[in-house]
Every structure is written in C-alpha cells, then in structure tokens.
Design a binder for this molecule. Sequence first.
Ligand code: GLU
Length: 303
Amino acid sequence: MSHPGAGRFAPSPTSDLHLGNLRTALLAWLWARAEQRPFLMRIEDLDQQRVAAAPAVAQQQLDDLRTLGLDWDGAVARQSERIPLYREAAAQLETYECFCTRREIAEASQAPNGGPGAPDWRPYPGTCAALSSTQRAERRLTRTPAIRVRASAADFTIHDVHAGAVTGQVDDFVLFRADGTPAYNLAVVVDDGLQGVTQVVRGDDLLDSAPRQAWLASVLGYPVPQYVHVSLALNGEGRRLAKRDGAVTLTDLVSAGQSPAAVLRLLCRSAGLPEADRAPEVLAALSPGQLDNPTVWTPWTVS
Ligand code: GLU
C-alpha cells in the first residue's frame, strides 16, 4: 500500500553519527521504504554555537548514510535556511515574552515531574504569563526575552507504535530563545508539517517531547504524525552511547578494519533484522511485521 506522507531522518550536525544514530537512521529508512513512503533528510543545524563545524559534519553524516545504502528523496533540507518559516508559523500562535533565567525557573517550579527531558524537566510555572505591558517594558531594559507559546497547561496524548498512548503535559514551552534562535520544538513541528512528514521514527529519548510537539502540530493545523520511538544504543556502563565511547562511528570502524557492510550487518543484528551488505538488500529481505520486533525496542548495548 502506498502512503502519501513521508518519513524522515533529522540529524543534528554536532558530531559524526555513531552506531546508535546509524541504527535509528536505518530503522527510519526501512519503516518509510517498507510502506512506500518518500524519505526526507533534514539537517537540524539551528544551534549555530554548538554546530560551528556544521557543514563539514553534516556532509560526513550524509556520506556515511549513503555508504550504508540509505537514500532520500529531494534536496536535503537545512533548518538554518528555513528560519522565516518558523517565524511565520509562530505568528499564528498566542505567545508571550519570558524574561526568566534558568535558575529563576528552577526556583519557581515544583518538583521535577518526569516530563520531557526527565528527570530534571519541570513545566514552566508561568511566571511571565501575566506581566503587564509596563512590567514587560521595564524588564526589557535589562534582559532580552525568550518567546513562549501560551499552551494553558493542556494535556496531549500521542500514539506511539510501540509505547502506545503517551500523555504529556504541554507547558508554555519556548519557541524562540533570547538570542532569537528558533527552538527545536518549534522547528521540528513546522518542518514535519510543511514537508508532509506523517511518520516520525527516532530515538526514544524524544518520546517525552512528542506530546508537546503533537499538540503544537494540531494547533498549527498539521496532521499529527505516526510516532515510532526506537531504543537507543548504550555503552558498557549502561549510558547513552557517545562519540567518546571509542570506535563508534563509521569512519572509526572502517579505520579499524571493518567494512561498511560488516557495520550494516551489525546494525541489522542489533535490531533483529535480516542481515545484508547494503540497506536496499535488508529492505528486500524484510518480512511483514519484522520491523516491529522486541529487539528494536530493547536498548542495544554496544560492546
Ligand atoms: N535532531 C534530533 C537529534 O539528532 C532529532 C530530532 C527528531 O528526530 O525529531 O537527536
């Protein structure tokens, strides 16, 4: 059956993709291609401070994906080139200026409630929600505000293919940081909405963010995508795999004498998928329902 909506992979070009990222990319590609969906590639390069070397890192990420046999439809989208679209979308929302520092928010909010970014995430307590225009003018003299959406403590439930119904509180989250940079939660929703993405396959560290994003999508009139949050790769200590954990990128592994085909086979094994040398051969060997197997949802410890 052919689906009108696209799938996508959206790496942040902070460093080379490690085995966990490559596994997520493979799964996102397989989920889309197995359902004859278009597959889009989007570089999430809004954080210019953290991604100073973004063009070179992004190019390496794309090269690594191609080496494994992944492909995508159309041009690669770059969030840094789409900023006017985020501003247009935000103009449709009810927003307010927020002058709080992180510390003030931490001091004013209740105990962490296990929401997005748990265990430390606290919903924004609404400190700046009801400032008068005089108070705002006064605060503007000393601080540049961030912009928050007025969500009025909505709850939103998403349906994840594996996790099922997940309900999350939607606080008045940031849309633009004080330096004017659009926030990830805004950009991701606007991009998925405008690019016709209806299937979001990504790491399960983002499951907690999905209710807020889905809420925003619905307020902006975009369809809420199908969510497939897959498990992350962990290091030997049970922590999320990172580049510092040794030879974990394709470049590292190839330098250590492994072939890209062997790396792809390793990814396939880690996810209970048929092993092959290139992604299209994995796709061809998939049987119905095979992407939805327990190994995909079990954290993968890379030893
Ligand atoms: N750019 C995010 C990351 O690299 C992924 C965002 C998403 O898939 O929604 O973790």
